[in-house]
Design a protein around this ligand. Structure first.
Ligand code: MG
Length: 306
């Protein structure tokens, strides 16, 4: 059992809490949050101290050391590393869905649209999927795929997700691999068509993303730009967010239908109750077929059973 201690800002702790949202545990008194990953238990305190304890605490702590250093560098040179011109050029955009939802798969979509098609996407009302209701998502997704644009959509089902998670993969690594493969497949589809770059909606530090790829002997595609809230900069990322969400919603509808229970989206108390109902009618063994088992919802659901 090892231990690492880090002192960081309240902002960074907020970011960490968001990063570990899928593996949060009960918050101890005086702490901001506690999360458990296969490598460490992470406890952040209001003092700014963050404790990493477990078999390989450095696997978690390192990424935050990296990022605090790069944050300082970024502050010194505001956004100079991002080539904003790429958003207006022909590029590939990718985004994911389902990562904060207890039930259902993770989906990732990558979209390529040239300058002319980007204007068409804008005219269709393409925007971040988070602002759109399910019926609008489906309608716009249908319109998007009718354009002569190229896209790929990948889905990581719950069984495979749970298998990888038990193997020690973080959700971040799963997302990185899905983005990479979606982009890879899209480049193959483009069959030599020129694109000026790739924009990925940033969910972790680029250095961490690269490390995930390297751990599976993969290399980051050239001309890749990471940016947070990418859907507000790149219409192609916004279109990808809609395609990913539409696939997620379709998968959820199918899972609900098969289960005979409406499986709610998100990870709220409503979700705990639905999980308890699912266990009652299908047995606990089956839960991994529809849910991301390492979320705190699994234990919360079990409390409804007694
Ligand atoms: Mg995103």
């Amino acid at each position: 059992m090892g231990q690492e201690v880090l002192t960081t800002s309240a902002d960074k702790i907020k970011q960490m809490k968001k990063h570990y949202h899928a593996c949060l545990e009960k918050t101890p008194q005086g702490a901001v949050f506690r999360a458990k990953t296969p490598y460490a238990v992470i406890t952040a305190y209001h003092s700014g101290k963050v404790l990493f304890q477990g078999s390989q605490p450095e696997k978690e702590s390192t990424q935050w050391k990296d990022s605090s250093a790069s944050t300082q560098a970024a502050k010194a040179k505001p956004s100079s590393s991002i080539d904003t011109a790429i958003f207006q050029k022909s590029h590939i955009g990718s985004d994911e869905s389902g990562t904060g939802d207890y039930f259902g798969p993770i989906t990732v979509a990558a979209v390529f649209a040239d300058e002319v098609q980007q204007v068409q996407l804008k005219q269709m009302g393409v925007e971040d999927s988070k602002h759109l209701k399910d019926d609008a998502i489906h309608r716009i997704a249908q319109e998007i795929i009718q354009l002569p644009i190229s896209y790929t959509i990948l889905k990581l089902g719950n069984e495979k997700y749970n298998h990888l998670q038990l193997k020690g993969w973080s959700q971040g690594k799963m997302k990185a691999m899905l983005h990479h493969h979606a982009i890879d497949k899209l480049i193959e589809k483009l069959d030599g068509t020129n694109y000026d770059g790739i924009v990925i909606d940033q969910f972790c530090e680029p250095a961490v993303y690269k490390r995930y790829l390297n751990s599976e002997a993969l290399k980051l595609h050239e001309k890749t730009t990471f940016i947070t809230k990418a859907e507000s900069h790149s219409i192609n990322v916004a279109a990808a967010s809609i395609l990913a969400r539409a696939r997620f919603v379709t998968a959820m509808d199918k899972l609900s239908q098969e289960a005979g229970i409406t499986l709610p989206k998100g990870a709220s108390g409503k979700v705990d109750k639905a999980a308890a109902n699912y266990i009652k009618s299908h047995g606990e063994q089956q839960l991994g077929h529809v849910a991301k088992l390492h979320f705190a919802n699994t234990n919360k659901a079990k409390k409804y059973l007694h």
